[in-house]
Design a protein around this ligand. Structure first.
Ligand code: GUN
Length: 292
């Protein structure tokens, strides 16, 4: 069994980006600039955004954080996005999700200039992804693909079962794994909350991507011997033994499942770190397309 080490792979990607930025600095070019919009004070969102900003600094990117209270009015959010769209020193814009209930998420995402849509959530980015055209791939599926490529995991002709159909992970990773690329060329089954006999699908899978958000959901009896298991779960579970009061749990019962796998990604230390690498890579790409 081989661990898909997100820490190691993401560090390599970050090292490579840092070297490229050093070279740009030498040429006195402006550096990539990511702007993040954060609304309210959801603990997990705060942590994710802080990590995105810290990682920008690590590789030498500029970052800006635009914060709003939970009761922000939609027009204020709209004008903040328009301002960032028009700022030629900003390469990438992300709006941290979820948004408060009174804000129309679809409307807000649609406002982001697709050339700066480093989260890849704009319908134009999604449309290009579906057609196999170059675009910003949402950071988590992008990170998973980079991890599979790094470890040269054989995917061609394999049966991949994706559990979850979200716009952020399940749907895009199902499209990417199905594309005629390497990694890719899988036969993909997308399972979800209404799937009947989900365990039977999982038992047939050569590759399982668990992205449903239920800690420890995938058990050993749902996995065939030699399967590749990618754990996308990052749920906070109460844990008084931790200083923070919680532990991060994946969707896979790692202890049970790992011994049966050819490859498995751990939580923490797997896909989460690759998500950051995906976002940095997208921001770099946006900058390349804007600084000529
Ligand atoms: N919320 C959960 N995952 C993500 C992500 O990848 N990007 C943004 N903007 N919000 C999220």
């Amino acid at each position: 069994m081989q661990i898909l080490d997100g820490k190691k792979v993401s560090q390599e990607i970050k090292d490579s980006l840092r070297e490229k930025i050093k070279e740009s600095n030498r040429l006195q070019k402006r550096v990539p600039h990511l702007a993040a919009i954060l609304i309210g004070n959801n603990g997990a969102s705060e942590t994710y955004v802080a990590s995105k900003i810290r990682n920008c600094e690590e590789v030498g990117f500029k970052s800006s954080l635009v914060r709003f209270e939970n009761d922000v009015l939609e027009p204020d959010l709209v004008s903040a996005i328009e301002q960032l769209n028009n700022d030629e020193n900003v390469d990438g814009i992300l709006v941290q999700l979820p948004l408060p209930k009174h804000i129309n998420e679809e409307k807000i995402i649609n406002l982001i200039n697709p050339e700066k849509d480093v989260d890849g959530f704009h319908p134009i980015s999604t449309g290009k992804l579906v057609q196999g055209l170059p675009t910003f791939i949402p950071a988590t599926p992008f990170g998973i693909m980079m991890m599979l490529k790094h470890y040269q995991v054989e995917t061609s002709g394999k049966h991949a079962v994706v559990i979850g159909r979200s716009n952020i992970v399940g749907r895009p990773i199902s499209i990417l794994l199905n594309q005629n690329t390497n990694p890719g060329n899988c036969t993909v089954t997308v399972c979800h909350s209404r799937t009947q006999n989900l365990a039977a699908y999982c038992r047939q899978a050569d590759i399982i991507v668990a992205a449903l958000g239920i800690p420890g959901f995938l058990k050993a009896d749902m996995v065939k011997e030699g399967a590749v298991v990618i754990d996308v779960g990052i749920t906070r579970v109460e844990d008084p033994s931790k200083k923070s009061g919680f532990a991060i749990k994946g969707d896979v019962d790692f202890e049970q499942v790992a011994p049966k796998c050819s490859y498995i990604s751990p939580v923490p230390g797997g896909v989460g770190l690759m998500t950051i690498a995906g976002l940095l890579q997208n921001t770099y790409q946006a900058w390349l397309q804007q600084v000529r």
